[in-house]
Design a protein around this ligand. Sequence first.
Ligand code: G4P
Length: 293
Amino acid sequence: MNYQWYPGHMTKAKRMMQENMSLIDLVIELVDARIPLSSRNPDIDELGKNKYRLILLNKSDLADEAANRLWIDYFKSKGFHVLEINAKTGQGLRSIQGIAKEACREKIERDRKRGIKNRPIRAIVVGIPNVGKSTFINSFAGKACTKTGNKPGVTKGKQWIRMNKELELLDTPGILWPKFESEEVGRNLAFIGSMNDEILQMTELAADLISFLLTHYKEALAARYGMEDMDGMETPLTVLTHVCESRKCYKKGQEADYEKAASIVMEDFRSGRIGRITLELPEKTGTVKEDMA
Ligand code: G4P
């Protein structure tokens, strides 16, 4: 399958970020916890050079808990500060202020030595489309305000959201595009729904996903579709056929509607109904289960 993004917007978004970078101390990079590497933009390391860095594993509620822990260790080992969050419910957001200060400790110390007091950390939120930047900014600004008892300084036309006296956020997130270094990256982005579904072959995509699930999350798949008596001979086609039958996906004349079954499987996966599933692990040394054991 040919995975496409929208290259037209890329340079503009990158230029906007570059222009803002001189004002920034801390880059808060959101990644999708289900595909933490495939949802990164490789330019971010160049753009965020000489900045303090914090990676947020967002949508951690949809990802495998054990895999989240592996990814936290991985990013820490690469020198990032890292936290798992759920921007939608606000889970994990309370720890951000402390980690941001920890990440910028050097700068805070330097300011203090120069007699500069109360200069807030200035942060930008960046990430690829759909990773949850707007949700994050909304709930983070909300949380901080409840916590400090202040009203958010969200003013139209103003660039900065003053969270409190120690932290300011640029109010428009930096939008970056993923780089398709491999077909696997493209496919991972398609799996989580970060690509225009209309240009994708849903049945092929669902078959690829089912193939992955049969290998790594067989029990969750079986439980979701009432296939507990699976005998190990299943293929993506037999699973899709089963979904067609059990969900009554038929075209006129009782012909199985595989496209509809494929959409059901993709939607179930994306909304977490099959379970908490991570599609890639830090080191590809073994199966998901082996690496997490
Ligand atoms: P963006 O600005 O980076 O493009 O992303 P945005 O905030 O618009 O979020 C994209 C989708 O991801 C939204 O769903 C949002 O609710 C969901 N989302 C963001 N963070 C989390 C999270 O931590 N966990 C889960 N489960 N979902 C998250 P949507 O379907 O577009 O909208 P809605 O149906 O949620 O309203």
